[in-house]
Design a protein around this ligand. Structure first.
Ligand code: NAP
Length: 308
């Protein structure tokens, strides 16, 4: 028996990853969608979670694939209906909002999983194990992609607090998982297009008891090949995650990593969360993004154009 789940918001990531992953999942089956537009899927569709639950009484869980704004209302509605909830990153629009979610789930007695898909990339766990017992001297993160490719025409991506931190938080989710001690933002420079409310690039310096130096370079304006790398220098060799964490190199030689996909692992973890009524709600990456905005110096750069 697989768990009946509904997607809420059928946009780019729902179609690229969630739908195919659920279709192949040994744990879940798609029982419906909550969508304003998706009428091409062969499952019940409704405008609200409550309306879908009326159509599909055995619905047990929802996976939120909407933009981060407005998540508290959706999570509240789902929990009130007795549903377990999985949430795309970033968890919310503000820290205060996201901090409520675990308590809401606990009060409702339902499972909650705030996901970090990059943390589930194949090379991340092997790197974490390789780092065990080593002293980290320096970490250099370069996370550079083209917003036009990954978020075509999405105006919400330029809402305050998002911009380049939408992909950047993926790198920070890996970083905070790798480090044995918390990280702090010490310096930040945020580069805002003259006509946008969110940065298109950012440079951060972080510190942690677990790493002497952490340098971070984010861009949302990368043409040609995309760069998603995390390089780690230790007292006993160096390692690099490439392709967003999908490939791992140790002392320049590629290392075999487990089979499987990021979203396959996320849904496997959500199945555990549902079975246990667990709460998996780590906000560490989100706090770093908020702190970068608190202490970041702002620079203005050229206006952004979707069709440049
Ligand atoms: P998207 O293409 O804009 O899709 C979001 C969907 O949410 C919309 O299609 C819409 O679905 C629904 N929605 C509800 N309220 C909305 C509103 N006020 N504005 C816009 N859409 C609204 O966004 P996405 O790229 O899939 O991103 C969704 C989430 O996944 C974000 O948190 C993002 O960070 C995360 N994510 C995205 C990617 C990526 O490559 N794009 C990768 C990993 C994670 P209906 O039309 O069905 O109502």
């Amino acid at each position: 028996m697989t768990i009946p789940i509904a997607l809420v918001g059928v946009g780019k990531i729902a179609r690229d990853q969630h739908l195919p992953t659920i279709a192949a999942s040994p744990h879940f089956h798609l029982a419906g969608v909550v969508s304003r537009h998706a009428d091409d899927l062969d499952v019940p569709a409704a405008a609200t979670i409550a309306a879908l639950k009326e159509q599909v009484p055995d619905l047990a869980a929802v996976s939120l694939c909407t933009p981060p704004m407005g998540r508290a209302a959706l999570i509240g509605e789902a929990l009130h209906l007795g549903l377990h909830v999985m949430v795309e990153k970033p968890p919310a629009a503000t820290i205060s909002e996201a901090e409520r979610f675990a308590g809401m789930a606990r009060a409702a007695g339902q499972g909650l999983y705030l996901t970090w898909h990059s943390r589930a990339a194949s090379g991340v766990e092997p790197l974490r194990q390789w780092l065990s017992g080593k002293a980290i001297r320096r970490i250099a993160i370069e996370w550079m992609e083209d917003v036009r490719v990954w978020h075509p025409g999405q105006e919400w991506i330029w809402e305050p607090g998002i911009g380049v931190f939408d992909p950047g938080i993926n790198a920070l989710s890996i970083l905070t998982h790798l480090l044995a001690s918390p990280a702090e933002v010490r310096e930040a420079v945020l580069r805002y297009p003259a006509d946008r409310a969110a940065p298109i690039a950012a440079t951060l310096a972080l510190a942690s008891d677990a790493a002497a130096e952490i340098a971070v370079d984010f861009s949302f304006d990368q043409r040609g090949p995309q760069t998603w790398t995390i390089a780690v220098e230790t007292d006993a060799g160096h390692a690099m995650l490439r392709d967003g964490g999908g490939r791992l190199f140790v002392d320049d030689a590629e290392v075999a990593v487990p089979e499987g996909t990021e979203y396959g692992r996320l849904y496997a973890r959500f199945a555990e969360v549902v079975a246990q009524g667990a709460i998996d709600a780590d906000l560490a990456p989100f706090r770093l993004v908020a702190d970068a905005h608190l202490i970041g110096r702002r620079e203005t750069v050229a206006p952004f154009r979707w069709n440049d």
